[in-house]
Design a protein around this ligand. Structure first.
Ligand code: ATM
Length: 243
């Protein structure tokens, strides 16, 4: 009986302990629905979980988000844009993500560094090495434990988004930009198959949710519970240098 109790605690720690989970995907993929469902799932289990997003998640970073999304800032230098995303990341990491992980909690984030690689790197053609160095600086070399990439047909996703209202500055970009972003995500998927899982975003909402849960439950303890940063862990170092 006691042993069973111990197993339950260990299972709880494994499924509820320090974990950084991110969602990625292009416009109209339904990321926010899935992040909210996963957040409720963790809450129902009594986990110490927070849900955040990039850019945003703190007062300062939400102000940066407003600048980035403003259709009125139609001309924004690619470098200025990248630096704003990185600044928002630094604020969110220092104020929210890193302290919550240090306290042993679960952090769910709608986007993280992979977005910078896909959008600023592949979409805008900025140097990947510089973007990664800056993102590492902003996020203390944090790498998600697991990432769900919701895969959507680019054109259909954009049309779905546009049907919802006025397009923001990024949604206004032409199709070729969004196709380059897709190539960026495909590059990440190829290079980080153990961390990033692609899920067909056209599947029913609950089916996607179940798939996400099963991936999390199958995560290895060393991946899911011993969160490491670039500084302290060799395999992370290798992974990052492979970006
Ligand atoms: P959503 O939170 O609605 O996905 O919007 C965030 C936008 O910011 C998204 N594009 N659109 N539309 C992707 C973009 N983005 C970047 O370009 N680089 C980044 O590093 C991040 C975090 C987001």
């Amino acid at each position: 009986m006691q042993k069973r109790y111990l197993n339950d605690i260990m299972l709880f720690e494994r499924k509820c302990g320090k974990m950084f989970i991110t969602f990625e995907g292009q416009e109209g993929a339904g990321k926010s629905t899935q992040t909210k469902l996963l957040y409720s799932h963790f809450l129902e289990r009594g986990c110490n979980v927070i849900l955040t997003r990039e850019p945003g998640g703190t007062d300062i970073a939400e102000k940066i988000r407003h600048i980035l999304k403003d259709p009125g800032s139609a001309y924004m230098s690619k470098k200025a844009e990248a630096l704003l995303y990185i600044a928002a990341r630094a604020q969110l990491a220092d104020e929210v993500i890193l302290p919550h992980l240090a306290a042993g909690g679960v952090v769910l984030s709608d986007r993280f560094t992979d977005s910078t690689i896909a959008y600023q790197g592949f979409g805008n053609g900025l140097d990947l090495g510089i973007l990664i160095s800056m993102s590492n600086f902003a996020g203390n070399c944090l790498v998600p434990d697991i990432t769900f990439y919701l895969q959507v047909d680019v054109k259909e996703g954009l049309e779905r988004k546009l049907a919802q209202g006025t397009p923001d500055r990024i949604e206004q970009k032409d199709l070729s930009y969004h196709m380059r972003v897709k190539k960026g995500y495909e590059y990440l998927l190829r290079n980080f198959p153990q961390r990033i899982f692609a899920i067909n975003a056209e599947l029913p909402r609950d089916e996607i949710h179940k798939t996400i849960i099963s991936h999390i439950e199958n995560m290895k303890i060393e991946g899911g519970n011993t969160h490491e940063t670039y500084y302290g862990h060799h395999s992370r170092r290798r992974r990052l240098s492979n970006y």
